[in-house]
Design a binder for this molecule. Sequence first.
Ligand SMILES: Nc1ncnc2c1ncn2[C@@H]1O[C@H](COP(=O)(O)OP(=O)(O)OP(=O)(O)O)[C@@H](O)[C@H]1O
Length: 469
Amino acid sequence: MSNRVWIIDDDRSIRWVLERALSRAGIETKCYESGDRALDDFYSDSPDVVISDIRMPGSDGFKLLQRFQAERPALPIIIMTAHSDLDSAVAAYQGGAFEYLPKPFDVDEAVAVTRRALAHASEQQIEPVAVENGTNRKEIIGEAPAMQEVFRAIGRLSHSNITVLINGESGTGKELVAQALHNHSPRKDKPFIALNMAAIPKDLMESELFGHEKGAFTGASASRAGRFEQANGGTLFLDEIGDMPAETQTRLLRVLADGEFYRVGGHTPVKVDVRIIAATHQDLEKLVEEHKFREDLFHRLNVIRIHIPRLADRREDIPRLVRHFFNAAAKDLGVEPKILTKEAEEYLSSLDWPGNVRQLENTCRWITVMASGREVHIEDLPQELHQQTANSDASQDWQKALRLWADQALANGRREILSEAVPAFERALIEIALKHTAGRKRDAAELLGWGRNTLTRKLKELGMNGDED
Ligand SMILES: Nc1ncnc2c1ncn2[C@@H]1O[C@H](COP(=O)(O)OP(=O)(O)OP(=O)(O)O)[C@@H](O)[C@H]1O
């Protein structure tokens, strides 16, 4: 049974934490503070699994990965990195890493991953080695664990041409992820064609997808290649696939099975080699149950599923996204990028963002155009965000509203705001408690957690004296 793990990191505390956790789990460890030391030992000693940092003086993690892989292709190597970006994840997997572990990591997770790697070493399976590549692309921001899962999936799929189904609410970044899957795939130098099913009129959909011959229908004055042909050799991204009409679903299924189709009005089959990435914000399983989506097509698309979380489920990414969008908007508009005050940042991070990343991006553009100073305060934010606070779940949002009120009051020069807020707060609670007890003070006091006398005194202080019980 494989049980020997090498830990390579120039950071002593990481070595210490891992060594302790793995030893406790009954795993034998050996620590190295540099890649060069580990390389020296590699020929005389032999680990079953290697855990290595990327950035180290001397031989870095990628170099080690390469050297170890060349000597022992089946050796599982876990790459740790403080750079939780998509490129590090993809590079790790493309270098043949067994697993990618962004720092800071959860110790239990690190132990679990190491165990998996040891089990894998025992089975002696061989991981393929591949070359690094670089392509122009839009940056995807995501340090939140749920986004790191997405990066891992993109990295693991970077050797493959497999069909992928992306799930996620509108504006979460499904198209961006589809594009990243393409950019990191063997098809990266071929076209990426995106098509939104919800945006195309039903009667034009077949000709849009499969093209048409001249005279196929009124208005078809010349023959035209469809998106499938344009995407030949590359990737076709079908967004909002749940909106595809039934007849088109049937045709799509046939194309996926046969690899060929006819243009609308055409008689010669057209052969294509296209990778499909589909996306939807809908529950496709439910659509299948309701017979609105073909089950066989669903199974064809649902080979690998990637879920993109709502922005509200990765709030920790909001400050970085905002900086990213401020910089982009500033560049577009030729102005200096805005900066959020701490309060404004906290406020933006606390909102629900029903329109997800797209809504945040639009908000950042709006702020760049509309806010007067370089520093952005809560009161510089667009009115509809405050509206959102007022409309959303009251049980969670009264504190946000209170913060906003306090911030604005102070910004407007008001002082001693507690003397205004506390009586208003107490009055609201007392009124509601009295409503719940149909005006009975004894019971209302109990609901509030006060003695009856305290309530009577408060009612007097607040000028709320009503009838006695
Ligand atoms: N993680 C991210 N980092 C940086 N930009 C992002 C990120 N996610 C989304 N964006 C940006 O937000 C906008 C919306 O993303 P995208 O169009 O990919 O969403 P979508 O889920 O496909 O939306 P829809 O379902 O409405 O078509 C785009 O401008 C995209 O570049």
